[in-house]
Design a protein around this ligand. Structure first.
Ligand SMILES: *[C@@H]1O[C@H](CO)[C@@H](O)[C@H](O)[C@H]1NC(C)=O
Ligand SMILES: *[C@@H]1O[C@H](CO)[C@@H](O)[C@H](O)[C@H]1NC(C)=O
Length: 809
């Protein structure tokens, strides 16, 4: 980190001291830089890409100091960026609306991802050095810049170098890929713009994401670069605000010695956090992944930054399959009509002298032209090879997230220029060609607002940042074993803060292909009877559970459930229905009292109807609970959705509706032919038995039949739900209680019909009490057991664990 910053600072000093001083700076670096791709036009635009990879990319292959030039290994992805720039310019060139009558040119430089070369390129673009210009000649530096704006660079650190250098001269720099929030500093970078969102938003969005899934204990690894360090600092700050604690933070860089990487891997593997946020550039991530892969799947949930979360390179490599389930924010994808054909048309014959085009051809087709660079290659390039038949990073147009940003950057410059020229033409009606400078383009860029072909509206805020719009991407394993990126949510900074983040939770698949959200916390929530005690010197997310002091414990009686109302087990079991059920069971017990005593007209009417109604209330509560369980697990809806379709209001309504039907039946019965006291003289000759005649037998059996029907329905549903995965599955207990209920009432029928006189009442009371006790014990006893005797199981985690999760823990 330190040496690279030094270079920037050195050249920064050179840069701000003026144009004249810039020429010696050129000679500092030896040869003047030359564009690798260029075309002359009335208006020229500069660009800097990392057309080659840094030689320092592969860390392990060096045992000694690497050679000076970092430019090795042609990078097809960056070449695609460069071709997209040319494509956009050609489109504008062809357009009759935008800059009509003007031809556009370009100069594309290569920085090889290195800061000195990026600055070298920027110097060349500033000074329009011609190859024949002698270095050190002040005249070569005092000419107007060759370009009106610069597109680039692909990573933050070289972009900082370029914008520090050209900023004082007000030459606009628009980056398509530099996300460091540090670049939004208008004082340091007065001419910087970007079409890619700033990490200011991404880091906050990542913190929100981590919080959203309840991961309050995470590990973080970042690139030891401007991108990683700044992004991570913002993330840590935002995470602290969200109440998320960070267990460890590791910073690595691609040139670090292997020991450093192994140390980071050790920390990651040993830590207790199950979720790791990787704020890394792709080049820094790959060495780390290689080391991680050596010891097999670490079984962690990965959260990624935009630089690697859509990298096909990683998803297609089987060695990195442990990344499946990764989530992160990605730049939105786009379609650029016509680009594919344009990319396929590129051919060395377009510019026979251009070495870059030849190198491109030789690299992608693994052949060599005579005297070409790829000496080791045996096959000779024929020139008839077809790009259209090739599948690689360059020809792939399914992921145009970054090329789209190059495209909009070019259009932004063109629109600013167009507006400038329109104004100038209105001002000076002379036929002379108006004179314009990069400084004017800069002014117009600040106010530019336009819509590109893809429908996106582009404008820059006061810091030069465009609107931040991300897709939430999830890596899901397809049937054929490959990893694919699925968009499962959206982040849009142009919306009000609370509406920025939307997520389709049901579509997410987690690490290891699991459907439930992984748990990553430092301490479990405390069981009842204990309270949190923060551990000294540890983050707030880590605490011990200490027993409450004496006198603080609430006394435990049959009100067990209301005292423990807020503990997970009572909550998971839907306290409202549970309380209603308890209440109606109490009524059921009371019902049996109406059967005792001398039958009067009133008590005869009351005993059957009261019993009928309270029992239906009871069963419909049980039915409601069963439906909730069934819906939660059968329809693959996330639990919040179940609450939407069968939430408390719907539950109340259904209980009410079921009970109302019974009330109607009873009302009908009572009005048509109510029960009445009756002196039975038939059964015993010597005694008269005062009993209740049911009046209408149909009414009596309808009341009982309706209860039976509901019980049966409840039994069937609970039976279906009994095997669903849930550590505290009520369905099992409901099934069992309904079984007892049905058994009692089925035996009741013959007993009732055949028992004489006063015994019928005894049979009925017995049936009521037996079935009420059945319900009470089967549904509430297991819960009381857990609440009172096994408090350690009364935690959210225990409730959410499925039987299958032994795989991961
Ligand atoms: C723009 O058009 C002119 C001719 O109209 C041509 O010379 C120039 O090469 C074109 N530029 C690009 C970038 O295609
Ligand atoms: C520009 O116009 C030329 C000539 O009409 C055409 O061949 C080329 O494909 C066009 N380029 C783009 C990018 O539209």
């Amino acid at each position: 980190m330190a040496p690279r910053t030094d270079v920037v600072q050195l050249l920064l000093v050179v840069g701000v001291s003026g144009m004249v001083a810039a020429a010696p700076a050129c000679s500092l670096l030896g040869q003047p830089a030359l564009p690798l791709l260029s075309a002359e036009g009335d208006i020229n635009i500069g660009a800097v890409f990392s057309l080659h990879r840094n030689a320092l990319f592969k860390v392990h292959s060096f045992t000694s100091r690497p050679e000076k030039t970092p430019c090795i290994s042609f990078n097809p992805r960056e070449f695609q960026f460069a071709q997209t720039l040319i494509f956009a310019l050609e489109e504008i060139n062809n357009s009759s609306d935008l800059l009509p009558g003007l031809s556009l040119g370009y100069q594309v430089y290569d920085s090889c991802g290195s800061v000195p070369l990026a600055i070298h390129s920027a110097l060349a673009l500033m000074n329009s050095l011609e190859p024949e210009d002698s270095l050190g000649d002040p005249s070569s530096c005092s000419r107007p810049p060759a370009v009106l704006g610069i597109v680039g660079e692909s990573s933050s650190t070289p972009t900082i170098g370029i914008s520090s250098l050209v900023g004082p001269f007000s030459i606009p720099v628009i980056s398509h890929f530099a996300t460091c929030a540090c670049l939004s500093n208008r004082k340091r970078f007065p001419s910087f713009f970007r079409t890619i969102p700033s990490d200011f938003y991404q880091s906050r969005a990542l913190a929100k994401l981590v919080k959203h899934f309840g991961w309050t204990w995470v590990g973080v690894v970042n690139s030891n670069s401007d991108y990683g360090n700044n992004g991570m600092a913002t993330f840590m700050e935002a995470a602290r605000h969200e109440g998320v604690c960070v267990e460890y933070q590791e910073a690595i860089y691609r040139t670090d010695p292997r020991e450093r990487l192994l140390e980071a891997v050790r920390v990651i593997r040993r830590a207790t956090a199950r979720v790791v946020v990787l704020f890394l550039g792709l080049g820094d991530l790959i060495p780390l992944l290689n080391e991680l892969a050596l010891e097999g799947d670490p079984g962690l949930q990965w959260v990624g930054s935009e630089s690697w979360i859509t990298a096909r390179l990683l998803a297609e490599n089987k060695a990195y399959s442990f990344l499946s389930g990764a989530v992160g924010f990605a730049i939105r994808n786009a379609r650029l009509d016509g680009l594919e054909g344009f990319l396929d048309k590129v051919h060395p014959s377009q510019a026979p002298d251009n070495t870059l085009l030849r190198e491109f051809w030789e690299t992608v087709f693994q052949c060599s032209f005579e005297g070409g660079i790829e000496q080791g290659s045996s096959t000779l390039c024929t020139g008839t090879e077809s790009l259209a038949e090739l599948k690689n990073q360059y020809t792939d147009v399914s992921e145009l997230r970054i090329p789209n940003k190059v495209y909009t950057a070019v259009y932004a410059i063109a629109h600013a220029l167009h507006n400038l020229l329109t104004d100038l033409k209105n001002d000076t009606d002379s036929g002379n060609r108006p004179f314009y400078t990069p400084q004017q383009v800069l002014q117009y860029l600040k106010e530019v607002k336009f819509r590109v072909k893809t429908g996106e509206e582009i404008w820059f805020d006061a810091n030069g940042d465009a609107v931040a719009c991300y897709d939430l991407v999830n890596w899901q394993q397809e049937k054929d074993g490959t990893l694919q990126f699925h968009a499962v949510g959206l982040y849009d900074s142009s919306m009000p803060p609370e509406q920025r983040f939307t997520i389709n939770q049901g579509e997410l698949v987690w690490a290891g292909g699991q459907a439930e959200v992984p748990v990553s916390v430092c301490s479990e929530s405390c069981p009842p009877g204990t309270r949190k005690a923060v551990q000294k010197g540890k983050p707030v997310c880590c605490y011990d559970c200490v027993p409450c002091a004496e006198g603080e414990i609430s006394n435990i009686t049959a009100v067990v459930f209301s005292i423990h109302k807020d503990t997970p087990i009572v909550r998971a079991n839907n306290s409202e229905l549970s309380f209603l059920l308890l209440f109606s069971l109490t009524l059921c017990f009371l019902c049996s009292l109406t059967f005792i005593g001398r039958p009067s007209e009133w008590s005869c009417m009351l005993r059957h109807t009261a019993f009928g109604i309270t029992f239906v209330l009871c069963i419909s509560c049980v039915l409601g609970k069963t439906i909730v369980v069934l819906m939660a697990f059968r329809a693959t809806l996330p639990s919040s959705n179940v609450m939407k379709w069968f939430g408390p209001p719907q539950q109340r309504l259904s209980v009410l509706a079921f009970t109302l039907i019974q009330v109607l039946i009873c009302v009908l019965w009572l009005t048509v032919s109510p029960p009445f006291p009756y002196k039975n003289m038939k059964t015993y000759k010597e005694k008269i038995i005062l009993e209740c005649d049911v009046g209408s037998a149909i009414g009596f059996w309808a009341v009982l039949g309706y209860i039976g029907l509901l019980a049966l329905l409840c039994f069937v549903l609970a039976f279906l739900a009994r095997k669903l995965p849930d550590n505290f599955n009520e369905a099992k207990f409901i099934t069992f209680s309904m079984l007892i209920f049905c058994a009692v009432w089925i035996t009741f029928i013959p007993a009732y019909v055949s028992s004489p006189g006063k015994f019928t009442v005894a049979v009925e009371i017995f049936a009521i009490l037996a079935s009420s006790f059945g319900l009470l014990f089967c549904i509430f006893a297991p819960k009381c057991f857990i609440i009172l005797l096994r408090p350690e199981q009364n935690t959210k985690k225990h409730m959410m664990r499925k039987t299958s999760n032994d795989i991961r823990y």
